[in-house]
Design a protein around this ligand. Sequence first.
Ligand SMILES: [Cu+2]
Length: 149
Amino acid sequence: MIKKNFILITLLLITNISYSETKIGNIKITDAYILNSSPNANMLGGYFKIENLNNTKINLMSVECNLIKQVQIHKTEIENNQMRMIKINDGVTIGANESLEFKHGSYHLMLMGFKNDINNFKKIELLLNFENLKAIKVVFDIKNLNINQ
Ligand SMILES: [Cu+2]
């Protein structure tokens, strides 16, 4: 009985850690979430904060997920008073001991084409590919934005 409780608590702790924070080596990722803006959306934004605790810069090259046809890295920019999203093809650099927030109006992930109904998921795992570094699995929390309710 005591052993059983101990295992349960351990599992809860592990789940909690992977949910809110992922730290692999000197790279820390926090507050990773996908905004489910409408039940029928076929394009959703993904957001997170990445901290580079290395003494050298790192390059996030691409992001992938086996449940999604395509994940692009975008940046929102204002040009001629118009907001537009630019697809980043050559990666995003996070300087040595710097952090970068993927957020509204800035860098973000664009998730396009869902192989399964995203509404059935509370969280999904995305794979972050870096230049010359091992890829990092990050659990993204799916937050529902109930516009029409
Ligand atoms: Cu976008």
